[in-house]
Design a protein around this ligand. Sequence first.
Ligand code: UDP
Length: 324
Amino acid sequence: MAQKEANGSSNGEHTTRPPPTPSPLRFSKFFQANLRILVTGGAGFIGSHLVDKLMENEKHEVIVADNFFTGSKDNLKKWIGHPRFELIRHDVTQPLLVEVDQIYHLACPASPIFYKHNPVKTIKTNVIGTLNMLGLAKRVGARILLTSTSEVYGDPLEHPQTEAYWGNVNPIEIRIARIFNTYGPRMNIDDGRVVSNFIAQAVRGEPLTVQKPGTQTRSFCYVADMVNGLIKLMNGDNTGPINLGNPGEFTMLELAENVKELINPEVTVTMTENTPDDPRQRKPDITKAKEVLGWEPKIVLRDGLVLMEDDFRERLQVPKKNQA
Ligand code: UDP
C-alpha cells in the first residue's frame, strides 16, 4: 500500500487517523477502573520487564500471551496467581480473541540463534502473528504498539540512523518501536548476544569472545529505559516508527574492556570469527523520541552492566569473590 493512501491523504501530506474506537463496554462504569493490556511475548526479556512496570500500576490488568519458545515462566513468577495478571500459553501465529484496550506486540525470537532455528516459523511469527494482532486490535478497538528492530536499517550508510533512513517500510498507522540493542537482567544466558555472552563469560572466568574486527560498534540500551520508552510511545499521540535506544556508542573491544574491568579483570579477550554481513556500526538517532515522547535513556552502560552482573551471577550460581 502506498504511504500516502495508508495515511489517508491523496496529496501526499501526512494525516493521522484517530485510533479505532473501543467497544462501548469499555466506557461502562464497571470497566473504567482498569485498562486491560495484552503483552505478546510477555515472558521474554523485554516483555517481562514491561509486564513488571505495567503491573506496578494498580489500575492495569495484564494478559501475557507467550509460547515459551524463548521466553520463560520464571521471568513472570512474581505475578503468577496475581488477580490482575493472566498468563496464556499461546502462539501468535494462531488467532487470539481477548477483550483488551492496549496490545504490546513483542512476540518473536530476537536472537539470531533462535530466529535462525526455524526461519520459516520466524517469518510466520512476524507476518501472521502481526496480522493476527492487528486483526484483534481492530476487532476490539484496542491501541496497538508493534516492536520492530534496528536491523531494518541493515548495515547503515547513514550514521546515526534516523527513522527516515532506508526501509521506509512504514505503511500503517500504528505505533512502531524500533528497538536498538537492549540488555539487562533476564536476558537468556545462551542468547548469543554480545552483552549476555561477555557477562556470562566474565562471570565464569572464560575469555571474552570479541568477533572480528572488534571495531564494529553498537549502542546498548538498558532494559528499564527501553520499557519506559515503550510505555510512553503507547500512551502518547504519535504513530509511526520511533527509534528507542541509547545513543552511547561502543566498539566491541571497548565493551569487552568495560566488562573485564567491571566484572572480572582476570579474564582475557580473544578474537573470534564473525558472521557474514555483520553491521559495522549502529547508533540510534533518538531526536524524534526526545521531541515527541520526551524520552531519553538514563542508565549509562557501565551502570547497567553491573546491574546485569548480579542477575547473571545468581542464575549461574557464581557469587562474587568477596561474597563467596
Ligand atoms: N559479538 C561479539 N562477540 C560475541 C557475540 C557478538 O563480538 O560473543 C559482536 C557481533 O559480531 C556484533 C555485535 O557483537 O558485531 C553485536 O552482536 P549481537 O548479536 O549482540 O547484536 P546485533 O548484531 O543484533 O546488533
